[in-house]
Write a protein that binds this ligand. Structure first.
Ligand SMILES: NC(=O)c1ccc[n+]([C@@H]2O[C@H](COP(=O)([O-])OP(=O)(O)OC[C@H]3O[C@@H](n4cnc5c(N)ncnc54)[C@H](OP(=O)(O)O)[C@@H]3O)[C@@H](O)[C@H]2O)c1
Length: 228
């Protein structure tokens, strides 16, 4: 059966690469973007297996409208890929970080992810074996040396990982994981990154279609479990 997969932030970068790879594997992908026209163009690039939806994680009305539309047109969702994120504070010091930047980052990367997940849950519950993939980052890892890079973004990704743990506890029948794509050449990652968006998307595709049902509540990179 053709898996129905919703991917947020999928008009470019890792999200688009994941959408393309999943469509190539026979999935039906729904490309979400804040901008309906951008989403439509991205879906057209992929072809018949893709459709588009306007969705802004930070807006209650936008999320509700998108969910209602997806319910009408697709009926259910097998896999939700929470890929959207913002990085506002690349090289800013935590000591100068404005609370507004921290809250804006959290509003998209953490609260926005939860908002979409809560809204899509009824559609996931109609699936045979629903999966949620939260695209996180090793920037949020608590393991290893303390790092000063992008404090608001990093703190938000640590919170996203805890959101994954909390969702796993709240939804024991669903397969929910966080993953890190590695440093990739995208608008967020810049041109110097060693990985292509396609390489970054590989573990997303694997988690969506191939990973065993027993792999849940974990943080994954390159198809392997890594420490939180
Ligand atoms: N690139 C890297 O090196 C790297 C490394 C580790 C983790 N990651 C993670 O991988 C994911 C994808 O990153 P990327 O590098 O592909 O980033 P990107 O090119 O900047 O894409 C981010 C996407 O997020 C979407 N977005 C932002 N705010 C949104 C909102 N309010 N509502 C809905 N969508 C929103 C944007 O979609 P629209 O503008 O179309 O709405 C955009 O397509 C992110 O979660 C990122 O944190 C990336």
């Amino acid at each position: 059966m053709q898996a129905k997969i919703l991917i947020t932030g999928a008009t470019r970068g890792i999200g688009f690469a994941a959408a393309q790879a999943l469509a190539d594997r026979g999935a039906r992908v729904i490309i979400a973007s804040r901008d309906a026209q951008r989403a439509q163009l991205a879906a057209e690039k992929i072809g018949d297996a893709a459709s588009a939806i306007a969705l802004d994680l930070t807006g209650e009305h936008s999320v509700t409208t998108a969910t209602d539309h997806i319910a009408l047109t697709h009926g259910h969702i097998d896999v939700l890929i929470n890929n959207s994120a913002i990085l506002l504070d690349h090289y800013e010091s935590l000591l100068d970080l404005s609370i507004e930047t921290l809250l804006e980052t959290f509003n998209t990367n953490v609260a926005g992810t939860l908002r979409v997940t809560q809204a899509i849950l009824p559609l996931l519950r109609k699936a045979h074996s629903p999966r949620i993939i939260n695209v996180s980052s090793s920037a949020g890892q608590l393991d290893g040396e303390a790092q000063a890079w992008a404090p608001a973004y990093s703190i938000s990704k640590t919170a996203l990982n805890m959101l994954t743990q909390q969702l796993t506890a709240a939804l024991p029948d669903m397969i929910i994981n966080s993953m890190c794509p590695g440093w990739c050449r995208t608008e967020m990652g810049g041109n110097d990154a060693p990985r292509s968006p396609e390489q970054g998307a590989d573990t997303i595709t694997w988690l969506a279609l191939d990973a065993p049902d027993s792999l849940k509540g974990k943080f994954i990179k390159d198809r392997s479990v890594i420490p939180w």
